[in-house]
Design a protein around this ligand. Structure first.
Ligand code: MRU
Length: 345
């Protein structure tokens, strides 16, 4: 299991797994530059909502070191610009959540600029550690709905590599695997166009000895009709207060298909992935480069100038969601009222 991203205390730099090289090459990027972190998020060397939140927090700490500011005002100005640079992807709320939290800490900290820089480094490390703790709690909370012998359908990668460590869906699968003596199986959807399911989920679950079967996205209906899975467990890039789940493209189709086959559909997220403010219709769905669809392994698989639509995420309405599982608790048949109750616990 991986530490996707970590702060290297001895040199005050950040080390992250380069996910664009997996599964063929296991390599790291080590950097002291917040702009390099922003680039890593943008080109998806690091991806997955909680992981890019932790990366952005560490990027802010690097920016604080880089700024060499003499006054708090200079430091805050540098950090405001760094936050804009780091917020490179619009859909996962963890990214803006983390940069905003780092800015708030900077604003509220007293003392010398050196002292504020130290506080920001500690805050970034704490955001990463919180993520690890939240993942474990989510995995434990999910045991109330996951039984020994279950086969879990998932999509994209919501494993260790989408978080700091353990994963969201990754925690559910790993903790059930541990508690039920390995009696848990996974079906991983390939996840076109970037194939996070094939390249990352299958790789990391196989590394941990979890029985994992890869399917293409179009096979989900057949797998459900044949009774091969007991439930769907997906992550989310953002859940809004009405219980709408914004996750990797294909999730909505999976949820509709699950409903048709009476298969429970769960979304598992840390509280940091819940956006209490934005209305579902205002969430920006990232549209990515058309060539992600036109080209496979460096070769065009279609007419080079074929018209393409490439939204990276979709929206699953709450009526298709059996439960939202968080580190704080489980919300069955989510409604706005139940979500707000969870928030205010
Ligand atoms: O585009 P990606 O790979 O960053 O998308 C990631 C997902 O959609 C994950 O399912 C989501 O972030 C949950 S990760 C714990």
């Amino acid at each position: 299991m991986f530490r996707t991203i970590e702060w290297l205390d001895d040199i005050n730099e950040v080390r992250l797994v380069d996910q664009t090289k997996l599964p063929l090459e296991k390599s790291h990027i080590v950097t002291s530059s917040h702009e390099r972190i922003a680039q890593s998020i943008e080109i998806m060397e690091i991806r997955g909502a909680p992981a890019i939140g932790a990366a952005a927090a560490m990027g802010m700490a690097l920016a604080a070191i880089e700024s060499k500011a003499n006054t708090k005002k200079e430091l805050l100005e540098y950090l405001e610009r760094a936050a804009d640079t780091l917020n490179t992807r619009p859909t996962a709320v963890n990214l803006t959540w983390a940069t905003a939290r780092m800015l708030t800490v900077a604003k509220e900290s007293g003392g010398s600029t050196d002292a504020i820089v130290k506080t920001l480094i500690e805050e970034a490390k704490e955001i990463a550690e919180e993520d690890v703790r939240m993942c474990r709690s989510m995995g434990e909370n999910a045991l109330s709905v996951i039984e020994p012998g279950f086969t879990i359908q998932t999509i994209c990668n919501a494993g260790s590599l989408a978080t700091v460590h353990l994963g969201t869906v990754g925690a559910v699968v790993r903790i059930a695997h541990e508690k039920y003596d390995g009696d848990i199986k996974v079906y991983a959807a390939e996840t076109r166009p970037r194939q996070q399911g094939a390249k990352i989920t299958v790789f990391e679950f196989m590394e941990d000895g979890i029985d994992t079967t890869l399917i293409t996205d179009g096979m989900i209906g057949t797998v459900f009709r044949e009774g091969r899975v007991d439930c769907c467990v997906v992550g989310a890039d953002r859940i809004v207060r009405t219980g709408h789940v914004i996750n990797k493209i294909g999730t909505y189709t999976m949820a509709i298909t699950a409903k048709h086959h009476n298969i429970p559909f769960y979304s598992v997220v840390p509280m940091s992935t819940i956006d209490w403010v934005t209305n579902v219709e205002d969430v920006v769905i990232e549209e990515r480069d058309p060539d992600e669809i036109r080209i496979i392994n460096g070769e065009y698989v279609t007419v080079p100038d074929a018209k393409v639509y490439n939204p990276a995420f979709d929206i699953t309405p709450p009526e298709l969601v059996t439960a939202i599982i968080t580190d704080k608790g489980v919300v069955h048949n989510p409604t706005e009222e139940k979500m707000l109750k969870l928030r205010d616990l």
